[in-house]
Design a protein around this ligand. Structure first.
Ligand code: GAP
Length: 488
């Protein structure tokens, strides 16, 4: 039976084997920022590509996009982030630790990404019963206050033309801002989706649990535009499709579940929202959000139409977002610049949006946790990452048994041939058993060993990671056999 991974085991393996390092470690580290090492970068790239393949490449109704991180400030006024994207926080009077009000008391609340400030205010009423998570003091908290989550930066070289911009806190808004461009430059017809993978930034109050919640992270988001009235059907479609994606890529079904948002927990724009949760090995509640799937209705496109009408006010206010309010909606909003004309039905409307929003780093953590295993083999502990072949950073490793008798040359030739089709690692250092163990720990599904017999009969040993079974195969058929076994 697979061993349940502890977060400490994962963190230590990630550092030891070069999956993930603390950012700026040589300077003592930068809190909640992480760097992906040689194995981690391949792993994360595979997660990203598996998402892109399923959501974009395999479908005729989804196109891709890659927007800039810095966008016009009005984008964030229209989306609501400039005014509302904040956590309600309080400071412990004893130890000065700042904590999100909705994170106080018990960890069961950890599934909450960002509770609307209004909701958190209700919870704040009984702060005197809550416990500081740092020093455990009860009821000694400051008046709650809103803490803005968007990072600010300045654009422009001259003092008189600098403009305050925000690092995007989600990739979704770049998609809404380009809805018209995509419509005008492609032949997409509703229902269709626009997908994007990219970095997002949030000045999170509570960061924790390794790469689970960080201040710089990568999102994979799809905004799927559909006709109002068909939205519930598409919501169901994406809900099932996204859940299945995790299972198809190796996550055990028993570690995944759906959690519907309660009506009072729903974001103001959402008609429905469900989280795909994973049983992460931290927090008392264990189950934590992996991905959110929301029915965002026509909220965002309508808001951007209001924003577009506000541009002159923004110029007049010298670019100060605080000094402007969004223009009222045009009563004919459904005919606005972000509307869609349905040729067949001869009607114009603002599409509804279904949004599956996943975290690439958070998914990477789930894949690591789910793959982690320890077992006793010949009285020794074998650490193994049982990655699905699509996700595994290295697909195969090739070893010469010894560094002589032409074996290194034979093995190098095989490795180079395999590299043209998938990631392959060549290793000739150390005892063969130890080389196998290193690849088990990296999650490499197959190892190939060239030995004395290979030189005679052109065969090699193929060793399978999970069963450790070894078979003899022809070197000529190795590549096609591996491609088949890896499902590439
Ligand atoms: N556009 C919708 C949106 O951004 P969200 O629930 O705030 O929704 C979606 O974020 C996903 O992005 C989450 O389910 C999670 O996987 C990932 N995510 C959000 N904040 C994160 C953070 N601080 N660190 C790592 N991943 C994060």
């Amino acid at each position: 039976m697979a061993k349940l991974a502890k977060l400490d085991d994962i963190v230590s393996l990630c550092k030891r084997r070069g999956f993930i390092f603390q950012s700026s470690e040589i300077y003592g580290g930068l809190a909640s920022c992480y760097d992906y090492g040689p194995l981690g970068v391949e792993l994360k790239r595979n997660v990203r590509e598996a998402w892109w393949k399923d959501v974009v490449r395999m479908r005729d109704d989804v196109v891709g996009l890659d927007c800039s991180i810095l966008m016009h400030p009005l984008v964030w006024k229209s989306s609501g982030h400039a005014d509302k994207f904040a956590d309600l926080v309080t400071v412990c009077k004893k130890c000065n630790t700042r904590t999100r009000v909705d994170h106080l008391e018990d960890h069961a609340d950890e599934h909450t990404e960002h509770v609307p400030v209004e909701t958190a205010l209700v919870d704040a009423a009984d702060l005197d019963k809550k416990v500081c998570p740092n020093c455990k003091t009860v009821g000694k908290f400051s008046e709650p206050m809103a803490f803005k989550l968007m990072f600010e930066t300045q654009m422009g070289a001259n003092a008189d033309d600098t403009m305050t911009l925000f690092l995007r806190p989600e990739t979704a808004q770049g998609i809404f801002a380009n809805f018209r461009n995509v419509m005008d430059s492609t032949r997409v017809k509703i229902p269709f989706g626009i997908a994007q993978i990219g970095k997002s930034f949030r000045n999170e109050v509570t960061t924790k649990a390794f790469i689970f919640r960080t201040r710089e992270f990568e999102q994979a988001e799809l905004e799927f535009f559909c006709k109002p009235g068909t939205d519930e059907e598409w919501y169901e479609h994406w809900k099932q499709r996204r859940f299945q994606w995790y299972i198809d890529h190796g996550i055990k079904a028993e570690n995944l579940r759906f959690r519907d948002h309660d009506p009072d927990e729903l974001a103001h724009y959402a008609k429905a929202c469900v989280d795909v949760e994973y049983k992460f090995p931290f927090g008392s509640g264990d189950w934590q959000e992996l991905e959110g799937i929301a029915n965002r209705t026509d909220f965002d496109l309508r808001q951007h139409q209001r924003g577009m009408r506000t541009i002159n006010d923004w110029h007049e206010a010298g670019g100060d977002l605080q000094k402007i309010t969004l223009k009222d909606e045009d009563p004919e909003y459904f005919k606005g610049p972000l509307s869609y004309f349905d040729e067949q039905a001869k009607e114009r409307y603002i599409p509804y949006v279904i949004e599956p929003s996943a975290g690439i780093d958070r998914s990477t953590l789930a894949f690591l946790v789910d793959a982690y295993d320890e077992e006793e083999v010949d009285g020794k502990t074998r650490n193994v990452l049982r990655f699905h072949p699509t996700i595994a950073p290295v697909k195969a490793a090739v070893f010469p048994l010894v560094k002589k008798h032409g074996m290194p040359e034979f093995a190098t030739k095989i490795a180079n041939d395999l590299k043209s089709s998938f990631s392959c690692f060549y290793d000739q250092k150390g005892a063969i058993g130890r080389r196998y163990r290193r690849q088990d720990e990296a999650g490499t599904p197959y190892c190939i060993t060239v030995d004395g017999d290979s030189m005679e009969d052109n065969t090699v040993t193929l060793r399978e990671r999970d069963s450790m079974e070894q078979t003899r195969v022809s070197a000529d058929q190795l590549k096609s056999l591996l491609i088949e076994k890896l499902g590439l």
